[in-house]
Design a protein. Sequence first.
Length: 280
Amino acid sequence: MPRLGVRKLQVLLSERGHYMSRDKLFDVMRDSGLLVKRSHSRIITTYSRHWMKKWPNLIKDIIPSRPCEVWVSDITYIEIKDENGKSFMYLSLITDAYTHEIVGYALHHSLDTDGPLWALRMALASFPQSSLKGLIHHSDRGCQYCCQDYVRVLQEHGILISMTDNGDPYENAIAERINGILKTEWLYHMTLKTPKQAYEAIDRIVYLYNNVRPHQSIGYMTPVEARGSSGELNKLWKNYWKMRHDQQQAVGEESPSGELPAADPSCSCRKTYTPAAVLT
């Protein structure tokens, strides 16, 4: 874990008998040039200006209280750099909003629905059907999540469908946060030259994220430990959408609206989709 945050590193060091105050550890990391530097580059992976049904946001007022209550989904990009220049692959993730465990993931070459479906099927195969009762699947309004193929799988398993109301990332904050962790702590500091290297790196990163990296938001447990724990977690996270909405209401502002267009709609949805609205 080459770019683990200082607070989490402090926990791991303490578990191994090396005690150091947070401020002292920050000073040591800063003096050694080891503090994480943020990167702000961004590739748009969402095309939501389509004709398919967009489902309402069901999780605005929800703070999850158990595993398999809310799964959040998103797609991000992975850079491949070889002798021919730079290209991209895409990573679909499904994360349990309570334990923050990545329960399904898939690395794929295009922005059609196959990759998100692979991730969804991995997640579904990881849990008995009985544990999925009442589960909400939350995502943005990208065509990958609105299309017939994806919606049918969710409905076949009795999963409720929730989507963001607009392009506000606060409406899918946990998924956005997971993307940032994987990139800031691992991927931005790796040079992947082939798809094979990318597949191997993602497998390793997801394993470390789920099984080794302590998470402040769940009391410095790992997501796998959180899933196996008894009793309700000591939750340290917040409903960021609700906080922001309440603040805007207090000062008389309207919530931001608008959608994030894909750079090239023709490559964002490469299949011909049947509208999800016809499904029952």
